[in-house]
Design a binder for this molecule. Structure first.
Ligand SMILES: Cc1cc2nc3c(=O)[nH]c(=O)nc-3n(C[C@H](O)[C@H](O)[C@H](O)COP(=O)(O)OP(=O)(O)OC[C@H]3O[C@@H](n4cnc5c(N)ncnc54)[C@H](O)[C@@H]3O)c2cc1C
Ligand SMILES: NC(=O)c1ccc[n+]([C@@H]2O[C@H](COP(=O)([O-])OP(=O)(O)OC[C@H]3O[C@@H](n4cnc5c(N)ncnc54)[C@H](O)[C@@H]3O)[C@@H](O)[C@H]2O)c1
Length: 452
């Protein structure tokens, strides 16, 4: 069967879903092709299950830290049931129905691009043709080259976020967002966690000071941190898995959890057969409108390797859909919030010191120990912690970066995001009036310390 459409979206993660909804609402005849589940990685194996699992361990720690309360009991089967509900029991029938009711053609199969001008796509035994083709095929967990890994119990984010039982021991490979979130979740659930991070610090794209504070926190959670270290080989010994490290040490474990980065899903799409190339990381390169080629090929989300976040995939989808619908937009990646949902939350936005130096910015920084300057941390918990860092451009007198680790930092980092994106003068921040007693008061105090 041949179906002629205005637009075909391949991949129904948060990026593809946002794009197809907007295109259909704009009156286009659109199709959505998804080989697994409508909702993508985020809805079933990443953001949603991880944040659902983390919230309960966070709430328990918060209760334990509030005066007059003790740690509530954590009922794992009940939390697991709620996680299963939140991931829709891995069933997307309602989503398929919802899109069909919006007039979107939904095909549950792998898509393959077979022709160009117009774009021709094969999926589910159907031939689709369209003026616009949007690639939103996301990413998959990378498997580091470790000898013997295939013979061990290895979890990617998929097995880790759909886990049924809490393992007794885990070796976490990678110490960035996945390693910190899942490592801390398991540690709070009683797993003995060893975290192996290749570089010298955790969250290695963030400010080194933030890495230091996070390492301190994870150490207090009982996580055995092996920094500057890599797993070289894995072998079975009876019921144990033994992970050999390149510092000469070894760790016995039940499971190895991978948080060692992600690679774009482009193989098997057939793009090479129509003359479209990927870059050396396998990602699709895009221009400021998220165009791959100027004959109607677009890409968005993880497959572009821009910044692997749901909010970025959805932003790019809005840029693509609005541009296709006749209101061209340019993507501006300034001030994308980056939150690690640890306990307490870790948040950053804008540039780091190293990035500011690369751009030749005359940088002024300040750091505020929230417990020394604010009332809120003390009303919030009995043994408070919290730090905010600000980075400002001396010449332009605006913020260019911020980072924090403190309760709810993932919420109040958005004030810095707005200040950076809108280039609000530091003078305006200094004239600000934040509610007392809140964590938001930290911005005034930290801005006062900027020696501009
Ligand atoms: C453990 C974990 C936690 C995370 N937590 C957060 C978080 O809290 N906040 C956040 O912002 N980000 C988070 N992320 C990142 C976030 O999951 C991704 O950035 C987001 O899912 C990217 O969306 P996407 O639409 O580009 O792709 P995806 O969600 O990966 O969806 C792509 C879809 O395309 C489909 N597909 C691929 N190839 C084909 C094909 N040939 N034919 C048909 N369909 C195809 C796939 O089946 C998939 O459903 C997390 C990631 C991980 C691993
Ligand atoms: N809260 C969130 O928004 C959230 C949560 C989880 C993941 N994510 C996104 O998912 C993406 C993937 O996250 P990630 O943490 O898997 O990848 P990452 O690319 O961010 O970090 C991988 C880390 O693993 C280390 N590493 C790589 N190979 C290693 C090896 N062989 N041994 C030891 N360490 C090794 C790297 O040095 C790096 O620090 C990120 O880009 C992130 O944006 C977002």
């Amino acid at each position: 069967m041949l179906t002629d459409l205005d637009a075909v979206v391949i991949g129904a993660g948060p990026g593809g879903e946002t794009a197809v909804s907007r295109l259909a609402a704009g009156g286009l005849r659109a199709a959505l092709v998804e080989r697994e589940l409508i909702g993508g990685e985020c809805a079933y194996w990443a953001c949603i299950p991880s944040k659902t699992l983390l919230r309960s361990v966070e709430a328990r720690a918060e209760a334990a830290g509030a005066a007059g309360l003790s740690a509530p009991n954590l009922d794992w089967p009940a939390l697991r049931d709620h996680r299963n509900y939140m991931i829709r029991h891995l069933d997307d029938a309602a989503q398929v129905d919802g899109y069909r009711r919006q007039g979107v053609t939904v095909i549950k199969d792998s898509a393959r691009v077979t022709g160009r001008n117009p774009w021709r796509i094969e999926a589910g035994g159907q031939q689709l043709t369209a003026e616009h083709l949007v690639i939103a095929t996301g990413s998959r967990a990378l498997r580091p080259p470790i000898d013997g890994l295939d013979g061990a119990e290895v979890w990617t984010n998929r097995e880790a976020t759909t886990l049924r039982e809490i393992p007794r021991r885990a070796v976490m490979v990678g110490g960035s967002a996945v390693g910190v979130e899942l490592g801390q979740f398991l540690a709070h659930m009683g797993t003995h966690v060893t975290l192996v991070q290749r570089g010298p610090r955790l969250l290695d794209r963030e400010e080194p000071r933030l890495s230091e504070l996070v390492a301190d926190r994870l150490g207090k959670d009982g996580i055995d941190l092996r920094l500057g270290c890599q797993a070289t080989a894995v072998r079975r010994e009876g019921h144990d898995t033994v992970v050999e490290l390149d510092d000469g040490g070894s760790v016995r474990t039940d499971v190895i959890v991978l948080g060692a980065g992600r690679g774009p899903h482009t193989t098997g799409l057939g793009l090479d057969t129509v003359g479209v190339q990927v870059n050396d990381r396998g990602a699709l390169e895009i221009d400021e409108h998220c165009r791959v080629t100027d004959d109607g090929l677009w890409a968005l989300g993880d497959v572009t390797g821009t910044a692997l976040f749901t909010h970025v995939a959805q932003y790019q989808a809005r840029v693509v859909a609005d541009t296709i619908l006749g209101t061209p937009r340019r993507a501006d990646y300034t001030a994308i919030p980056r939150v690690v949902f640890a306990q307490p939350e870790i948040a950053a936005v804008g540039l780091t010191t190293a990035q500011a130096a690369e751009q030749g910015i005359d940088l002024v920084t300040s750091e505020l120990d929230l417990t020394a300057s604010l009332a809120r941390p003390w009303t919030f918990e009995t043994e408070p912690t919290g730090t905010l860092g600000l980075l400002a451009d001396r010449d332009r007198r605006v913020l260019v970066g911020a980072w924090a680790t403190a309760p709810l930092a993932g919420e109040w980092i958005h004030q810095a995001a707005l200040a950076i994106r809108a280039q609000i003068p530091v003078g305006t921040l200094l004239d600000g009036i934040a509610q007392f007693p809140t964590y938001s008061e930290a911005y005034l105090k930290a801005a006062e310390r900027l020696n501009l």
